[in-house]
Design a protein around this ligand. Structure first.
Ligand code: VGL
Ligand code: ZN
Length: 198
């Protein structure tokens, strides 16, 4: 079965010094670049928000960054402004082998709903189209790496397993934000969904 490496959000804003920097986020780039040679296809995702995105604390006068608020689709963490379309923060880490990618999938571009998963918006209903793309290409075995382990990587891996793909996460090629124990929670959720943690 053909396999794909799905590299989640390896962007400047998720690396140290970025707007939502994940500790050690830049240390995994070399590992990810090396892994690319082992896969039939490489897919990159890119968090890609309009400046007025509803997940930004700056657009929610009542909320502080990292607070959880209730959105029409459920609970949502408010984030510092990050990965704004066209900014250097939204660009990929400069050492990432972007040329190796068959597909760059952008997500989070709708103002009114956030999108952690590469498969669905946070309403868990609106698809990004990735599932159909993978199915048409017969890419049935998926390996996830990138940032952040406990948000976009975990939500993507879980959805992929629920959609019937064979899924693994290479934990050494991820780093976590770890908000109120979110890293351990994400690990438990992934294992329960049938994701293999390598
Ligand atoms: C992410 C928070 C907000 C991620 C994206 O890539 O994990 N986290 N937007
Ligand atoms: Zn985001």
């Amino acid at each position: 079965m053909p396999n794909a490496l799905i590299v989640i959000d390896m962007q400047n804003d998720f690396c140290p010094g970025g707007a939502l920097g994940v500790a050690g986020g830049d240390q995994i780039v070399g590992h990810i670049n090396t892994l690319m040679d082992r896969f039939d296809a490489v897919i990159l995702t890119q968090d890609w928000h309009p400046a007025d995105h509803s997940s930004f604390a700056s657009n929610n006068p009542e909320g502080q960054p990292f607070e959880v608020v209730e959105m029409p689709y459920g609970p949502q963490v408010l984030w510092p402004d990050h990965c704004v379309q066209g900014t250097s923060g939204a660009a990929f880490h400069r050492d990432l082998r972007v040329d190796r990618a068959d597909l760059i999938l952008r997500k989070g571009f709708r103002r009114e709903v956030d999108s952690y998963s590469a498969f669905y918006e946070n309403d868990h209903q609106t698809p990004t189209g990735l599932s159909s793309y993978l199915t048409e290409r017969r890419l049935g075995a998926l390996t996830f790496v990138g940032l952040a382990h406990d948000f976009c990587v975990a939500w993507s891996a879980r959805d992929a397993a629920e959609l019937g793909f064979e899924v693994s996460v290479i934990e050494a090629a991820t780093r976590a934000i770890d908000l109120n124990g979110s890293r351990e929670q994400a690990r438990t959720d992934m294992i329960n969904a049938g994701v293999e943690l390598v």
